[in-house]
Write a protein that binds this ligand. Structure first.
Ligand code: ATP
Length: 311
């Protein structure tokens, strides 16, 4: 391969985590994936990925969860950067520095977020100028949640979650996340969901009217009532302590509480920044939850914060 692209020293991209407001899981497909109908919301917990010109492909990870992130070629950010390099015909290795603030294996799409950030950072670094649509197609090949991490905001996901459609939505929301120190593996949670369902017929899921109405109204109480997750019972089955955390948060006044994606992070919706802070204090004081984090939502998807393509 030859490089026909101008090279700039480094580009930093900021990228949010996600919560699934609604996660409908359909039957297992022939390719092993489950058909999904989900509503994503991008939340204000961010990783930053910096791509720099380097002699070798490298990954370095900093931040509170760094120890749990692989730095070999299984790292999703590295895989994304190499996929873009192959697509655009670049043979310039990059060093990726990931500052990790999104919990790892927490059901918040942290790895997917880094992959989305790496795509955008390398696109800028190499001046390859791929459209968001082109990056989104590449993103879907890396992971089901990667296209949403690029786009951010609020969106309906179908297929494996990678096919996105816009949602008419308003309002600002205030979340509290109870972060578990025990990760749950996404494939194991889906397998447990299948096991619990046994041979029961599973309908193909679709977005609920309750969720769409809540998002149109911007009413946090309605949104709190509309939160659902078909993987929740499976996550509880694998980690029974998660049910206690949900119950405690609801008792302390959350408008809704739900396992985030495949867990084990629990997401609580509150009515204001002050109530979010109160809930953090109550959850921490009760000892039921270890680490708690607050975040506003929705927020924009992956975006350049330093470097030549700064928005
Ligand atoms: P999802 O919500 O998309 O199912 P998750 O939030 O549960 O994902 P991730 O944080 O994406 O889980 O991590 C899942 C696994 O992916 C980790 O255990 C880790 O080994 C691997 N991984 C690869 N690259 C990364 C990355 N850049 N950041 C975090 N984990 C990564």
């Amino acid at each position: 391969m030859t490089s026909a692209f101008s090279v700039d020293p480094s580009v930093t991209v900021r990228v949010p985590a996600k919560v699934n407001l609604e996660l409908g899981v359909g039957p297992r497909r022939e390719d092993g994936y489950h058909g999904l109908s989900t509503v994503f919301m991008a939340v204000g917990l961010h990783d930053e990925v910096t791509a720099s010109v380097s002699d070798d492909w490298q990954v370095e990870v900093t931040g509170p969860y760094a120890a749990h992130v692989p730095t070999d070629d299984t790292n999703l950010a590295l895989r994304a950067a190499q996929a873009l390099a192959a697509l655009v015909g670049v043979d310039e290795p990059v060093a990726l520095r990931i500052h990790k603030e999104i919990p790892v294996a927490g059901g918040m799409a942290g790895g997917s977020a880094d992959a989305a950030a790496a795509l955008l950072a390398c696109d800028q670094l190499w001046s390859s100028s791929r459209s968001r649509d082109e990056l989104s197609v590449l993103a879907a090949g890396i992971g089901s949640d990667v296209p949403f991490c690029l786009s951010g905001g609020i969106a309906i996901g179908s297929g494996r979650g990678e096919q996105l459609a816009p949602v008419l939505a308003t309002g600002r929301y205030h979340w509290v996340f109870a972060v578990s120190d025990v990760g749950l593996s996404t494939p194991e949670v889906y397998a447990e969901c299948d096991r619990l369902r046994g041979s029961a017929a599973v309908p193909v899921p679709e977005p609920s009217n309750g969720m769409m109405t809540a998002l149109r109204s911007g009413d946090p109480e309605a949104l709190g009532r509309a939160l659902t997750n078909d993987l929740q019972e499976a996550a509880f089955s694998l980690q029974p302590s998660l049910r206690e955390i949900v119950d405690a948060g609801l008792e302390y006044g959350a408008l809704g509480g739900i396992v985030s994606g495949s867990g084990p992070t629990i997401a609580f919706l509150t009515g204001s920044p002050e109530l979010a802070l109160d809930l953090c204090v109550s959850l921490t004081a009760s000892g039921v939850a270890g680490e708690v984090r607050r975040a506003k939502a929705p927020v924009q998807g992956a975006h350049v914060v330093t470097g030549p393509g700064r928005a």
